[in-house]
Design a protein around this ligand. Structure first.
Ligand SMILES: [Zn+2]
Ligand SMILES: [Zn+2]
Length: 258
């Protein structure tokens, strides 16, 4: 068994569950602990089975409850040293829970192999991830402004992908954000647009990819139906049978078999 559920995703908070039969972990705890517990209860995943919380980068939509979760469950908090230096104030007292990881250096949580790799994003040390168990691979790339060679290399051969589809370019440019924020979002250190998500997917597509979850949608500059339609049009055009869904800011996905 190797499963994932996006407990929540969007510009206002991200949280992803990954579990095997013997191990469960949380990637980013950017929503309230109350909501995380409720989602785990709804999925019938006992919270005491969570063995680690991993932080991808320091932005509050990924770190909000990470410290509280590590303390509450008495589990390790995996974070890079640079990221910790930038967000220690937000995590509270976690010194005894800290386990540092480095981009490009794989580590094990129970029987799940965690493979962090650098993402192009405006954080001090932003990471995307692969998770592997029993020859199955999940790729998670939800904060990146640009798809590098490393991104495609690491996401290739994934059986399930959680991929950023942050904004519609026209909605962003015609929307209410000020000019500097618009430039930040669309830059190579910001977030992927719906079209850029299609571009990335087209580079990593292979017959073994079964599930695709679009994530980290902007509530201001995107619509779930629009993100779905842009990706679905591409998938239809190549007669792909990948199961496509869009993660929500407000509710969790079902458990997805990787
Ligand atoms: Zn971010
Ligand atoms: Zn984010």
């Amino acid at each position: 068994m190797f499963q994932t559920s996006v407990l929540a995703s969007g510009s206002k908070g991200n949280c992803i569950l990954i579990r095997s039969r013997n191990t469960a972990l949380i990637l980013d705890a950017g929503i309230s602990l109350k909501r995380i517990w409720a989602a785990l209860d709804a999925l019938a995943v006992p919270r005491h089975t969570i063995q680690a919380v991993i932080v991808s980068h320091e932005h509050s939509d990924h770190t909000r409850s990470a410290g509280a979760m590590a303390r509450s469950l008495k589990i390790p908090l995996y974070i890079s040293a640079d990221t910790y230096a930038y967000c220690a104030h937000r995590l509270g007292k976690v010194e005894e829970r800290l386990t540092y990881f480095e981009s490009g250096v794989d580590f094990l949580v129970g029987d799940i192999l965690v493979r962090p790799f650098r993402s192009s994003h405006d954080a001090v040390d932003s990471n995307n991830f692969c998770f592997e168990h029993d020859d199955r691979r999940l790729g998670v790339a939800i904060d990146l402004g640009y798809c590098t060679k490393l991104t495609t290399l690491r996401l290739s051969q994934a059986h399930a992908l959680i991929l950023e589809s942050n904004h519609d370019f026209t909605m962003l440019m015609e929307g209410p954000y000020d000019w500097n924020l618009k430039m930040r979002v669309k830059s190579e250190h910001g977030h992927l647009s719906n079209e850029e998500a299609v571009g990335l997917l087209s580079q990593v597509l292979h017959p073994g990819l079964r599930n695709l979850v679009l994530a980290h949608l902007s509530e201001t500059n995107n619509l779930p139906d629009l993100a779905y339609r842009v990706m679905n049009e591409y998938l239809q055009s190549i007669r792909s049978e990948i199961k496509l869904q869009v993660a929500s800011q407000h509710s969790h996905t079902a458990l997805i078999d990787i």
